[in-house]
Design a protein around this ligand. Structure first.
Ligand code: DSN
Length: 422
C-alpha cells in the first residue's frame, strides 16, 4: 500500500492498525471472515472504475466487453455451486437483496412473515425499525419458550392466521439447521412464496455440511462475505419463473450500477468455494463450533438450544451475573471479539442484552482446529469470571496474540512473523 502511505498517511495508518487488530485477536463474530488474497486483490482491482447499469448484453453504458464476461462467469459459478436456476449477483449486500425480493413480489402493506429479530431473525425480515417493517405488514414467528427451537407447528398456525405473501426462513443468530421441507409445506398451504435468507450458512451449504434451501425456496438470498468467504456483496438465487421479477427489482428497482470489482471477487470466491479444500473448511467450521459449544457448556455456560449444528452459538450469560455488553467489552480488551446479542425472550434491553453470539468461520479460515477451540473456551471462561481485572485482560490479550501468530490469516503473514521473532 505504498501509494496510500504517500498520499494519505492517516488512512494508511488506520488500515495498518486494522490489519494488526485482525491478526492479533480471536475473531468470533459469526458473520465475519478472512478472505483469500485472490479475493482481496480482485476487490481492489481496476474493475472498480466501471459503470455497468443493466445486465449482460443489455447495458446502459458502452465498454462492457469485459464486465459482461465477469458477471456471466459469476452467475455461472453460482448456478453450478448451488444448483440454482437463476442467479442475480448485483445486490450490494444482504439488506438490498432482501428489499429487492420484497419489491419483486409485494405491494406496500402486503404481509410478510419472518423470524422475530430478538429471536434470531434479521432486521430486514420485518423488524419495525427497518423498511421491511415500515412498508409491509410484518408479522413474526418466535422460538419455542421451552426448547429455544423453531416450532414448525406454531409457525404453521401463525401463517394460517396471517396469510403472508412471503414466508421468510433464515436467521442471523439461530444455532440449528432449518427444515426447509417444512417451510415449503407451510408456504404451499397458505399460498405464500418461500424466501430463504441463507446469508449466515451459505458457506456451509456450498461445502455440503448444511442442507440446501435452493430446491425448496422460490427465492434464496445470501450475502457473500460470511461463511462463504467472499467480498462484501450478495446474490439472489431463484427459480427461472421469478428471474425477470428479481432482475427488474434489483435494477432498476432498488439499485443503479453494480459494483463490478465486487462481482469479480464474488466469482473468485465461488471458484474457491467449489474446491475440495472448501468442503474441508466448511466441515471444520462446524466441528470447531461444536467443540467450542461443548467446552463452554462443560464450564457451566448456558447455550441457547444446548449447542449448535452450524457455525454459531448463542450464550445466555444470565447465570454468570454479567450482561452481554459487559462480557463483550471485557472479552474485546482480552483479545476475543464477539458481539452482544439478545437471547430469545430476553428480559434485558437490546442495547445491553443477556447474551453473546459467537461463530467459527473466521478462526477456521486461519487454521484453528479442535485443540485451539479448547484454548478459546479457556480464555472466555477466564475473562467472564474476571471482567474487571485489567491485568488479567492484558495478559490474556498477549497470550492470544502469541497463539494467533501461529495461525496467519491471508495477507497478514508478515505481522505473525514479527510476533514470532519478538
Ligand atoms: N449484521 C449481520 C450479522 O452480524 O449477522 C447480518 O447481516
Amino acid at each position: 500500500m505504498e501509494n496510500v502511505k504517500d498520499l494519505d498517511p492517516e488512512i494508511y495508518a488506520l488500515v495498518k492498525q486494522e490489519e494488526k487488530r485482525q491478526s492479533d485477536k480471536i475473531r468470533l463474530i459469526a458473520s465475519e471472515n478472512y478472505v483469500s488474497l485472490a479475493v482481496l486483490q480482485t476487490t481492489g482491482s481496476v474493475l472498480t472504475n466501471k459503470y455497468s447499469e443493466g445486465y449482460a448484453g443489455k447495458r446502459y453504458y458502452e465498454g462492457q466487453q469485459i464486465i459482461d464476461q465477469v458477471e456471466q462467469l459469476a452467475i455461472l459459478r453460482a448456478k453450478d455451486l448451488f444448483g440454482a436456476e437463476h442467479v442475480n449477483v448485483q445486490p450490494y449486500s444482504g439488506s438490498p437483496a432482501n428489499i429487492a425480493t420484497y419489491l419483486a413480489f409485494l405491494n406496500p402493506g402486503d404481509t410478510i412473515l419472518g423470524m422475530a429479530l430478538p429471536h434470531g431473525g434479521h432486521l430486514t425480515h420485518g423488524a419495525q425499525v427497518s423498511i421491511s417493517g415500515r412498508y409491509f405488514d410484518a408479522q413474526s414467528y418466535e422460538l419455542d419458550a421451552m426448547t429455544g427451537l423453531l416450532n414448525y407447528d406454531s409457525i404453521r398456525k401463525k401463517a394460517l392466521a396471517v396469510r403472508p405473501k412471503i414466508l421468510i426462513a433464515g436467521h442471523s443468530a439461530y444455532p440449528r439447521i432449518l427444515d426447509f421441507a417444512r417451510f415449503r409445506a407451510i408456504a404451499d398451504e397458505v399460498g405464500a412464496l418461500l424466501m430463504v435468507d441463507m446469508a449466515h450458512f451459505a458457506g456451509l451449504v456450498a461445502g455440503g455440511v448444511h442442507p440446501s434451501p435452493v430446491p425448496y425456496a422460490d427465492v434464496v438470498t445470501t450475502t457473500t462475505h460470511k461463511s462463504l468467504r467472499g467480498p462484501r456483496g450478495a446474490m439472489i438465487l431463484c427459480k427461472a419463473k421469478h428471474a425477470q421479477a428479481i432482475d427488474k427489482a434489483v435494477f432498476p428497482g432498488v439499485q443503479g450500477g453494480p459494483h463490478d470489482n465486487t462481482t469479480a471477487a464474488i466469482a473468485v470466491a465461488l471458484k474457491e468455494a467449489a474446491s475440495e479444500s472448501f468442503k474441508e473448511y466448511a466441515a471444520q467450521i462446524v466441528k470447531n463450533a461444536k467443540i467450542l459449544a461443548e467446552s463452554l457448556m462443560a464450564k457451566g455456560f448456558t447455550l441457547i438450544t444446548n449447542g449448535t449444528d452450524n457455525h454459531l452459538m448463542l450464550v445466555d450469560l444470565t447465570n454468570k451475573n454479567i450482561s452481554g455488553k459487559e462480557a463483550a467489552k471485557a472479552l474485546d480488551k482480552a483479545g476475543v471479539v464477539v458481539n452482544y446479542n439478545a437471547i430469545p425472550f430476553d428480559k434485558r434491553k437490546p442495547f445491553d442484552p443477556s447474551g453473546i453470539r459467537m461463530g467459527t468461520p473466521a478462526l477456521t479460515s486461519r487454521g484453528f482446529k479442535e485443540k485451539e477451540m479448547y484454548l478459546v473456551s479457556d480464555f472466555i471462561e477466564k475473562v467472564i469470571a474476571n471482567p474487571n481485572n485489567e491485568m488479567l485482560l492484558q495478559q490474556t490479550a498477549e497470550e492470544i496474540r502469541v497463539l494467533c501468530s501461529k495461525f496467519p490469516a491471508p495477507g497478514l503473514e508478515h505481522l505473525c512473523k514479527a510476533v514470532v521473532q519478538q
